[in-house]
Design a protein around this ligand. Structure first.
Ligand SMILES: *Cc1c(COP(=O)(O)O)cnc(C)c1O
Length: 399
């Protein structure tokens, strides 16, 4: 009965071209990936924006961390899993965010998904309204649905509608919740205006900077550095598995917010702490991001974004049914519309040795299936040209 029930639904996914499958990779993360089956592909799909995931210094730091701390943490943070390696990483992250959130402290999580669950459920009590952008990441949406708070969602980027909701809001506490860089479109939230609204209506702002941390700002400190913001009302979530090249996440906020998460957030309390070796390696990653290597890689990434966008703009002129998102970031979607078409394009690119994922509903709204191209500082200009040439060739062969 259960199996038939599930198989029927899986067939429906097939019929709608929505069935997903995993690819097994045989090589470390990088522009060139060995797949089984599939051979060698030039990849435009990772979130390794600075090309740090396979950086020799981080590989060495992870090994050194394991020699110093062993392989696992052995327990949750509140039992016996909280090591000096974790504590020092939290202090360093707090230092990064303190220019933007006065006296901020930081709390480490095993993943961004768990950090967002923690924020939504621990802060979203019955006295609170969560006001969330409709295109927020799935983890913020699921966290908000689990929370006791009232949830109100505003259409993507429509701060006029957000302001109306804030004006009419009846609960004593209000939390505006937004991605800083939207993960399927690559556009930036208007954080200065969101903060202005928060100040005007006595609300707080939860910012998910999964795609901004390490990438935005002169020192890579993220979207708050990029916009030059500073306020006690900011609650910041950064992930460590994207630009930082490893794994994990953190929240930086007012010390009382951090203490409340530590006391109440179930996705913090009831889970094994990250391996301390990972925390050790993450400090090496932060040093790379903040220093000259990070600066060079951010400049390189910006050059790559400019090259790709110029090429895609020329392509979209020849195929007006497609469109390019207004994205200044490493996430550069080419929106083509139908699920089938997106899948066919992705397959045609793969036949030419390129790995560009098709993203379909429900991850994106119906009718906006897309090729989601992500760039890294590790891509060479010639590799980006190869993608543009392949897209042009694919366009020629479209009916
Ligand atoms: C990837 C991502 C997350 C989840 O982070 P993980 O550390 O991968 O669990 C949360 N929010 C956004 C916007 C993301 O893109």
């Amino acid at each position: 009965m259960l199996i038939e029930h599930l198989n029927r639904q899986l067939l429906e996914l097939d019929a709608a071209a929505l069935r997903r499958r995993r690819r097994t990779v045989l090589s470390p993360c990088g522009p060139s990936q060995q797949l089984q089956p599939g051979g060698q592909l030039l990849a435009f799909c990772s979130n390794d924006y600075l090309g740090l995931a396979s950086h020799p210094e981080l590989v060495e730091a992870l090994a050194e961390g394991a020699r110093r701390w062993g392989a696992g943490s052995g327990a949750s943070h509140l039992v016996s899993g909280h090591s000096l390696a974790h504590a020092e990483l939290e202090q360093e992250l707090a230092r990064w965010l303190q220019p933007h959130i006065p006296a901020a402290q930081a709390l480490l999580f095993c993943s961004g998904f768990m950090a967002n669950l923690a924020l939504m459920t621990a802060l979203g009590d019955a006295q609170t309204t969560l006001l969330a952008d409709k295109l927020n990441h799935a983890s913020l949406i699921d966290g908000a649905l689990l929370a006791k708070a009232r949830l109100q969602r505003y259409p993507h980027g429509r701060l006029d509608q957000l302001e109306r909701l804030l004006r009419d809001c009846q609960t004593p506490l209000k939390l505006i919740v937004t991605d800083a860089v939207f993960s399927m479109d690559g556009d930036l939230a208007d954080l200065p205006e969101l903060l202005r609204l928060a100040e005007a209506y006595d609300a707080w702002v939860v910012i998910d900077d999964a795609h901004g941390f390490g990438v935005l700002g002169a020192q890579g400190h993220g979207s708050l550095e990029h916009f030059g913001l500073c306020s006690e009302r900011l609650i910041y979530m950064g992930t460590l598995g994207k630009a930082a090249g490893l794994s994990g996440a953190f929240v930086a906020a007012h010390p009382t917010v951090i203490e409340w998460l530590l006391q109440r957030a179930r996705s913090y309390i009831y889970t094994t702490a990250l391996p301390p070796a990972l925390a050790h390696a993450l400090r090496a990653s932060l040093a790379l991001i903040e220093g000259p290597p990070g600066q060079q890689r951010r400049a390189r990434l910006q050059d790559n974004v400019a090259q790709l966008r110029a090429g895609l703009a020329a392509l979209v002129e020849r195929q007006p049914a497609w469109s390019l998102a207004q994205s200044p970031t490493a996430i550069q979607p080419l929106i083509v519309g139908g699920n089938d078409l997106a899948m066919r394009l992705s397959a045609a690119l793969e036949a030419q040795g390129l790995w560009v994922p098709a993203i379909r509903p429900p991850t994106v709204p119906a009718g906006t299936a897309r090729l989601r191209i992500t760039l890294s500082a590790a891509h060479e200009p010639a590799q980006i040209q190869r993608l543009l040439d392949a897209l042009a060739a694919t366009l020629e062969s479209q009916p």
